[in-house]
Design a protein around this ligand. Structure first.
Ligand code: SAM
Length: 228
């Protein structure tokens, strides 16, 4: 007999991104701590072939993922679209600290309506932002529109049906402890693999692969190359 796991409904967290200097500073501390431990996950992005040209990051927050990606690639440039002005200030400061300010441009805006031309980017990546998007399907279609034919994308986030023990451990490991309530509300706002597959199936990213991980899932794919 198949077991049916009961998952609580999503509790929407925010439609405005992470705002407010205090929250941004605490979030920055958490991500800096992960960066210092070497836990910022750039390998999958690179393995996907997002390793050249111009990429887009959606919701960079304090910027460490994109900055680490730039640091590990050569001759690349990055646009990073962020809805929170406070986060942008922090990301710009961090880019200067990395000495990478000439290779990244932070753009304030809502990814539901990206201020970029069609077929602009060689790659698009985003981590931990999806659960904050009020209409993910719009952003999935925007990713497709802004990617060049043959361009690749990677979208990663947590899932709210992660094992309760994993959730407990993740909470315990997350520092500073002031960020823990925010972590829990982000998990409660996140999607399950089934939910995200259902949303993707109605968008231009319908041919994506979705891989379940211990704490979340990773959506990957490629915009079809133009046929003659
Ligand atoms: C939880 S943080 C993740 C930050 C970073 N990517 C990371 O891995 O730590 C989510 C970020 O996405 C931004 N965000 C949320 N909705 C957005 C939207 N519609 N367009 C652009 N950025 C958005 C938030 O302001 C926030 O900085």
């Amino acid at each position: 007999m198949r077991r049916c796991q009961l998952v609580k409904p999503r509790v929407v967290e925010t439609n405005e991104g992470i705002q407010g200097e205090f929250t941004v500073e605490v979030y920055d501390k958490m991500m800096r701590n992960l960066r210092d431990r070497g836990w910022i996950e750039t390998d999958l992005i690179l393995e996907m072939g997002i390793n050249h040209g111009l990429s887009l990051e959606i919701g960079p927050g304090p910027g460490y993922l994109g900055l680490e990606w730039l640091r590990k690639t050569e001759g690349t440039t990055l646009r990073a679209l962020e809805i929170s002005a406070d986060m942008m200030v922090m990301a710009e400061k961090n880019a200067r600290e990395y000495g990478l300010q000439n290779r990244v441009k932070y753009v304030e805006g809502d990814a539901q309506k990206m201020p970029f031309e069609d077929n602009t980017f060689d790659g698009v990546f985003t981590n931990g932002s999806l659960h904050e998007w009020s209409q993910p399907s719009k952003i999935f279609n925007e990713i497709y529109r802004c990617l060049k034919p043959g361009g690749k994308y990677l979208i990663s986030d947590m899932r709210r049906d992660m094992n309760p023990l994993t959730k407990w451990f993740l909470k315990l490991m997350t520092k500073p402890k002031e960020i823990r309530p925010g972590l829990v509300s982000s998990i409660n706002a996140s999607y399950t693999v089934q939910e995200i597959q259902s949303i993707l199936s109605k968008t231009d990213l319908k041919s994506s692969k979705v891989k379940k991980t211990t704490m979340g899932f990773i959506v990957t794919g490629e915009k079809a190359s133009e046929t003659r």
